[in-house]
Design a protein around this ligand. Sequence first.
Ligand SMILES: [Zn+2]
Length: 489
Amino acid sequence: MKLRPWSLVGALTALTVVVPALGLAPPDEGGATTPPTKPAPTAATQRAADAPLALARHTAANGLEVVVFENHAVPLVTIEIAFRNGAMTEPPNFSGVSHLYEHMFFKANAKYPSQEAYMARANALGIVFNGTTGTERVNYFFTTTSEHLDDAMEFMRDAITSPTFDPGELDRERKVVIGEMDRAESSPFFLFSRELDERLWYKHPSRKDSLGSRKTVGSATVQMLRTIQQRYYVPNNGLLVVTGDVKAQSIFDQVDRLYADWKRGPDPFQKFPLIEHPPLKKTEVVVMENERVPAFVGQLSWHGPSLRAEELGATYAADGFATVLAEASSPFQQRLVESGHCLQASFGWYTQRNVGPINLSFAAAPNKAEACTKAIMAELGRMTAPDYVSRKNLVDAAHRLKIDKVKERERPSEYAHLLTFWWASADIDYYRTYVEKVGAVQPKDVADFMQTYVTDKPFVLGALITPEMKAAGITEEKVRSWAGLGGDS
Ligand SMILES: [Zn+2]
């Protein structure tokens, strides 16, 4: 499931009554998506859901993967390039440099030698562009009208293959990125997530921190950008997606021609393998205070599966299970939210190549903090029972995911981002067969998933409170005790 990394942020901002506009992710942080929508299945959506996924695929001689999704409803095209790069590839001395690189993408290159020339060309082509940097993907996208397709394809090629990294522009973008850090740090939810992440990924926190370190970004050099380019911006580590009013075969021909001189590089993940996040040694509790928190916010986090052969089954079980629990009629939602204990509760695993976190997030009115936390822990005890979900629950969940997947195709420009997200952390085949695999999950698979990653495993428990809540007696000792971890009772 493509839950946003700061899942509680998304969940809380959905509580508009409680949280007006706090804690939005920085605009170019990757991984964000809307929560699954659940329309009533009609005959029409079912027919559409059964239609084969209309993705045309091609691999260029240099290893560049290409996916085209045709949709001729409106004369728009989106061209998106993604690389497997971002925080997972960053040791501490590169923390945040993938993100800084992202800012340098929309700059001068061999064809457009100045920022003015670059912008003039983008404007002439009517291109709306942006990029994002996440933990496992960096992506860039251009959307314009289909009459500009050929020129936009070339414009993208020039940006990918020949950036000049002007030192003056680099200086400017360093400041822009530091400004993004300032904005992110003004959000209590961002600070809270970072506190939890530092404990969850204690050995290699930089590998999960796509915004990165001020110090590293502040002193990054052109040479460091070149290092990233040489290692990760190689065709065999990239996916080009073109969606909208285009013809697949013509795109494939164009790609073969435009990228003929772009040379394959060594597989970056053979030369620089992903690090291993060691398992948590003990359960940790952190209580953070911030005066701008609208409710008592809690989160339990565990290390979940990675996208690799031996854990694939667990990834489908995790997503099927999370979808069942998101349903308002589920016992999980009934006992936690409908009961009045919590304002919201959600459970999910974040799709990642290198250890996705499992998060159980919740929020409560301050006077219900104890009741909610205790209800969450009691539910967690039930969730590990082998018969907590039925086969019917899982089949219904897969059906909802199927409908969501069809709806994703309604907006081809957004769909391009989804495709590159799945490709970067899994691959296109995983995405294509995803619903079918989730549909085959049995209750026993869910029980195995819980047994492997959650039951009796150490976790990080965080609580975010206001100074008033603390004054009213919500302390770390109390939170520990509510969670059954000893402490004051
Ligand atoms: Zn940025």
